[in-house]
Design a binder for this molecule. Structure first.
Ligand code: PLP
Length: 433
């Protein structure tokens, strides 16, 4: 049996069947460098999903790897019970780049934990329990995070935590109110008031939302959405938790954080994924008065881990030195223009949306019917041509494109060319009947 065959056998015999993988034959990824990964047979792939928007500055970026190695040799682990240098340095750095008065960080290992921490501290601060989240959202895989998540595929085991109400998503392509922006009076945002008045005690702790809904399929709200929504939330005493797990650190272009495009200052920001370029990390960052509302003991064994902290500091250095937020804007605009050209050619592309290097194609059949089967075929066709892309959306019919933020226009042209070939390979099915 080939080495690949042997590894796939071990995967299917010894790993939990809960793990789902892309592609008919899962890809065994062996190594990565910059924009590329290689499989066990030595085939090279252009990576336009970056380990789910986590490889911010390229695979195994030498500047990040060197910092990790230096730190591993010096101090690998100590727990939150002791102070460590890179943790304090990273907290200061985050306080400088986050908007407004956000300045107190609590580090964990994942986005799930970052969101858990945010909700809990919001509840302690407000003395209230109920939370408003958004339909089509994703918060992670703990019981609370699954209850916040509004995508039945990821809400396993039913509703675990009560008191979470889901407002309509600002999903213009499938507007819940059948309206069209800008003649909609932002009904999705206005409706939050009735949601609070009718489904809660009227006393809410928080609103948690992603500036662009990632797993939901890069659902990008109208620019005024957050101003209207957050004003209502604050009127009812809630704080605004902004989940920047996918949108953070320049990906949406020009700004450090996605929410900065929408003209609202969050009370809490959560981040993970791209902050440390693939080293496990989560961060919950808030203003002093909310941080101080924390009552009781808490530890995180691996939170603030010096190696993760060093990796994050090095990642932020690269983002700053190479002005990657600007690169995301310039290269992202180029990507967007190319995707819109593909939309003109292939009518199954119902919607193109996103910002910066976070762009999506919603694949549909007649009357906008979701076409997850076609997405699977596009996946196989792009894999054959050595391009990795991501999937998303409630119906699994959205292609997510999010390369490392170091991507160049030439990388984008190569990806667009492969996507074009993959769509052409669908033949007649690339057109809505
Ligand atoms: C917006 C958002 N929040 C939270 C999470 C959970 O992060 P993690 O998988 O690190 O627990 C994710 C993961 O995809 C996410 O996209």
């Amino acid at each position: 049996m080939s080495e690949k065959g042997d590894i796939l056998r071990k995967q299917s015999e010894y790993l939990s069947p809960a793990i789902t993988t892309y592609y008919e034959e899962p890809l065994v990824v062996d190594r990565g460098e910059g924009m590329h990964v290689w499989d066990l047979d030595g085939n090279r792939y252009l990576d336009f999903f970056g380990g789910i928007l986590t490889i911010s500055v390229g695979h195994c970026n030498p500047k990040v790897t060197d910092r990790i190695c230096e730190q591993v040799k010096k101090l690998q682990h100590i727990s939150t019970l002791y102070v460590n240098v890179p943790q304090a340095e990273l907290a200061e750095r985050l306080a400088k780049i986050t908007p407004g008065r956000l300045s107190r960080s609590f580090f964990t290992n994942s986005g799930t934990e970052a969101d858990e921490m945010a909700v809990l501290v919001a509840q302690m601060y407000t003395g209230r329990q109920e939370v408003v989240a958004l339909r089509y959202s994703y918060s992670g895989r703990s019981m609370l995070a699954m209850s916040l998540t509004a995508n039945s595929g990821y809400r396993l085991g039913g509703t675990h935590i009560a008191g979470i109400k889901h407002a309509h998503s600002p999903y213009c392509y499938r507007c819940a109110f059948g309206k069209e922006y800008p003649n909609c009076d932002l009904e999705c945002a206005q409706d939050i008031e009735e949601l609070i008045q009718t489904t809660t005690s009227g006393q809410i702790a928080a609103f948690i939302a992603e500036p662009i809904q990632g797993v939901g399929g890069f659902i990008t709200p109208p620019k005024e959405y957050f101003q209207v929504a957050v004003e209502i939330i604050r009127k009812y005493g809630g704080v605004f938790i902004c989940d920047e797990v996918q949108t953070g650190f320049g990906r949406t272009g020009e700004k450090w954080f996605g929410i900065e495009h929408w003209g609202v200052e969050p009370d809490i920001i959560t981040c993970a994924k791209g902050l440390a370029n693939g080293t496990p990390i989560g961060a919950t960052i808030t203003v002093p008065e909310i941080a101080e509302a924390w009552k009781g003991l808490t530890i995180s064994t691996f939170g603030g881990n010096p190696v993760s902290m060093a990796a994050a500091l090095a990642t932020l250095d690269v983002i700053e030195e190479e002005d990657l937020p600007n690169n995301c804007k310039v290269v992202g605009d180029h990507l967007r223009a190319g995707l819109e050209e593909l939309q003109e050619k292939y009518s199954i592309i119902g919607d193109v949306r996103g910002m910066g290097l976070m762009q999506a194609l919603e694949i549909v059949k007649e009357n906008k019917a979701p076409a997850p089967d076609l997405v699977l075929r596009i996946f196989e066709e792009t894999k054959k041509r050595s391009l990795l892309i991501g999937k998303g959306g409630l119906y699994g019919n959205v292609i997510r494109i999010a390369p490392p933020m170091t991507a160049s226009k030439a990388d984008v042209d190569e990806a667009l060319d492969i996507l074009d070939q993959a769509l052409a390979a669908l033949g007649e099915e690339s057109q809505v009947a």
